[in-house]
Design a protein around this ligand. Structure first.
Ligand SMILES: [Zn+2]
Ligand SMILES: [Zn+2]
Ligand SMILES: [Zn+2]
Ligand SMILES: [Zn+2]
Length: 242
């Protein structure tokens, strides 16, 4: 394989029950054949994450949203010299050079899920009132002008398709939504797939792999919900958030 590239982008596992939307950097690292697609191969980002129930050391791959440290993982490590998770070769969705939207520079903003599953972002620039209209598979929300909303090391909140779809589905189903921050790292927890339709109290973190953060009541957690709560406090800025 050629050397992986590091570029501004959003990358997401095609199947996962958690996600890591709060990004400390706009960059992703992997192999990308185009500007967007469903066939990225991204580099693992593996960090220590406590222990397995049997006492063995456990790690978490932030890129692929899975634990590392099973017998097969250790055997692979010995054979190749690379610490790679079991999903390291699984194709991922990606979008390079995504829109970075700063909500504090616009008003009358609406964000909707379009019929084809794309995100439809419409807004008026504070400066001059020009219409801003983007349809994209994924967008990034600039968090640097939103102090206190998320953990301070988060510069942007990425919204990839699975997160938008899970959030819209939970809203439609009337599931009790909320946003729970990890007790260990403080990053916001994201529920995907069936977890986004079954409210629960115990959440596991897509950022650090800690698997025992409890919300006060059973919720479906999404950082998009916190942005919505922010939007409701800023009705001039944000008119609709899904
Ligand atoms: Zn994170
Ligand atoms: Zn991995
Ligand atoms: Zn959860
Ligand atoms: Zn965490």
């Amino acid at each position: 394989m050629p050397t992986p590239l590091t570029l501004p982008g959003i990358c997401w596992p095609l199947q996962a029950s958690t996600g890591d939307l709060g990004a400390a950097t706009p960059h992703i690292t992997g192999h990308f054949r185009a500007g967007a697609g469903m066939d990225a191969v991204s580099v693992c980002d593996i960090l220590p994450a406590g222990k397995f129930r049997n006492g063995a050391a456990r790690h978490w791959c932030r890129t692929h949203q899975c634990y590392w440290g099973a017998r097969a993982d250790l055997a692979g490590w010995q054979a190749t010299g690379h610490m790679r998770c079991r999903q390291h070769a699984s194709p991922m969705g990606y979008l390079l050079y995504p829109e970075l939207f700063d909500p504090m520079q616009f008003h009358a903003t609406t964000l909707r899920l379009g019929p084809e599953g794309s995100l439809q972002l419409r807004a008026r620039a504070d400066d001059g009132g020009a219409l801003y209209a983007r349809d994209a598979a994924a967008v990034a929300i600039d968090c640097r002008a939103l102090p206190g909303l998320f953990h301070p090391d988060i510069v942007q909140l990425n919204i990839p398709p699975p997160a938008a779809q899970a959030y819209a589905a939970a809203l439609r189903a009337g599931a009790p939504l909320g946003c729970s921050d990890c007790a260990c790292c403080g990053h916001p927890h994201l529920d995907l797939g069936s977890f986004a339709l079954a409210p629960h109290r115990r959440h596991s973190c897509g950022h650090c792999g800690h698997d025992a953060s409890y919300s006060p009541v059973a919720i479906v957690s999404s950082p998009l919900w916190r942005l919505r709560a922010f939007a409701l406090r800023q009705p001039r800025r944000i008119a609709q958030w899904f």
